[in-house]
Ligand binder design. Structure first.
Ligand SMILES: Cc1cc2nc3c(=O)[nH]c(=O)nc-3n(C[C@H](O)[C@H](O)[C@H](O)COP(=O)(O)O)c2cc1C
Length: 162
């Protein structure tokens, strides 16, 4: 179907949906690490345990994600805004000076997050200029004492303690 709102109004509309911020990480077939900031993470199914993330067709991580078929969702804490900016910026070595460890199959897990979720690619769907990547959740870990970074209307904030 043709038509639809323009990109500026689209961003204004969708910007009203507050979200957490994640860094999607994977590795390349030759064993180096790759990562990209992503806020399009969504819970999909409980049984089987599935989540989705939408990845720009032109993002560097798109091909390794499809090649390797595994990824990690690193959910950023409220003191990790710099990591969100870094993993969305062009022309930098994103992992330089960043604390991380590797888990199963060499997947990078960032330090200091609220949680990380380990996934195997289960389905992919083309959707406009992105791919919807559905992952089966195969592992992960939560850190109880940290609070999440929040993204809203193109800016960052934290969650007020309840
Ligand atoms: C808060 C935030 C959320 C983002 N969410 C997504 C996302 O869900 N999917 C996506 O493809 N790009 C997303 N981006 C944009 C990418 O991080 C950025 O364009 C990408 O890293 C640049 O492509 P490259 O990795 O090829 O350099 C987001 C950026 C920011 C700052």
């Amino acid at each position: 179907m043709e038509g639809g709102v323009g990109p500026a109004f689209f961003r204004e509309l969708l910007g009203r949906f507050a979200s957490g911020v994640a860094v999607l990480t994977t590795r390349t077939p030759d064993g180096s690490v790759a990562g990209m900031t992503a806020s399009s993470v969504s819970s999909v199914s409980l049984d089987p345990p599935l989540l989705s993330v939408c990845v720009d067709l032109s993002a560097e991580i798109h091909q390794p994600l499809f090649d390797v078929g595994m990824f990690v969702i690193n959910i950023l804490a409220d003191d990790q805004e710099e990591l969100s900016r870094r993993f969305a910026a062009k022309g930098t070595d994103r992992f330089a000076g960043v604390g991380y460890r590797t888990v199963e199959a060499g997947l990078p897990v960032l330090n200091g997050t609220v949680a990380h979720i380990e996934c195997r690619v289960q389905h992919t769907f083309p959707a406009g200029d992105h791919s919807i990547v559905v992952g089966r959740v195969v592992g992960g870990r939560v850190e109880e004492r940290r609070r999440p970074l929040i993204y809203y209307r193109g800016g960052y904030g934290g969650m007020t303690p309840s």
